[in-house]
Design a protein around this ligand. Structure first.
Ligand SMILES: [Zn+2]
Length: 295
């Protein structure tokens, strides 16, 4: 794990798994954009302490484990205020909020696997807000919903755009069998809107710092299209969800041995099916109480 300068007072923590941007104030206080996984916590805390940096606020791009699992810890241990959109804040506010994300899991299973995600936001960003002031530093907010309902990208005072999971690097795309997107049609629209975003540097959580992102946008859209087309190719005759699920995981040689993994794959597969429905390539039919997907 190491810290690298991006531009001016904007830096990243490279955890190996992802990069976490932060903006440094004169006093050694830092405003983090996201805060990493539980597994990364000790490394992040030790690294910041060794550099004399004090976490002083967390601006979260979205409510996914790898971006906010340490938020409640930093809030409790360091008194760090958590700032996120009102939509993502509602998801993380309580186990019932989390259930809107993990919508097919029981609340008890959600709390067993994801209780670290629950956190009360100190400041909520409205879905039409364009700026947020944090400890005197002005951040621009770019709404990029789709990967999650209230996903944002943020631009630091150095004009460095932190894109969260709105885009992934080509390396990550090439090495991922499947990637999560909550509502793919909206995610693609947000990705296309990023063609208009002008910044001096761009930080992609998974993973890296880029001088330009135009060459990343179309491959990210193509990746989602290819994932959806792959599902379409696996359907010949009307098929139920469980059978389709089995075909998809077999196709990708993904072994599903426990409940957490089952639900994780389900959260990846369902949005792809829904995208095919949204784009008129698949339809649903109910026969004798069973739902079938039909080309
Ligand atoms: Zn995410």
């Amino acid at each position: 794990m190491l810290i690298r300068k991006v531009k001016g007072d904007t830096y990243i923590i490279d955890t190996g798994f992802q990069v976490i941007p932060f903006f440094k104030l004169d006093t050694g206080k830092i405003i983090m954009v996201d805060c990493g996984l539980l597994d990364e916590r000790e490394g992040i805390v030790n690294l910041l302490a060794s550099e004399g940096l004090k976490p002083s606020a967390i601006l979260a791009t979205h409510a996914h484990t790898d971006h906010i699992e340490n938020a409640a810890f930093f809030q409790k241990e360091f008194g760090v205020p958590i700032i996120m959109t009102e939509v993502e804040a509602a998801v993380l506010d309580s186990p019932l909020g989390l259930k809107t994300y993990f919508y097919t899991m029981s609340v008890s299973d959600i709390m067993k696997h994801y209780n670290n995600m629950v956190v009360k936001a100190d400041t909520k960003i409205g879905m039409r807000d364009e700026n947020v002031d944090i400890l005197g530093a002005g951040f621009r907010i770019i709404m990029t919903p789709g990967h999650s309902p209230g996903h944002i990208s943020v631009v630091t005072p150095d004009n460095v755009a932190c894109l969260g999971d709105a885009l992934a690097s080509l390396d990550v795309l090439n090495n991922s069998k499947m990637m999560f997107s909550h509502t793919i049609s909206r995610d693609i629209e947000s990705k296309r809107n990023l063609f208009e975003l002008e910044a001096d540097k761009y930080v992609v959580s998974h993973k890296g710092v880029f001088d330009e992102i135009r060459s990343l946008i179309q491959p990210n859209i193509d990746y989602l299209e290819a994932s959806a087309n792959m599902i379409l190719d696996l359907i010949e005759v009307p098929i139920g969800f469980e059978e389709l699920y089995e075909r998809v995981t077999k196709h990708h040689v993904i072994r599903v041995r426990d409940l957490k993994r089952y639900y994780m794959m389900e959260r990846m597969i369902r949005p792809l099916i829904e995208y095919l429905i949204d784009t008129g390539r698949l339809r649903c039919s109910v026969d004798e109480g069973r739902l079938y997907y039909i080309k």
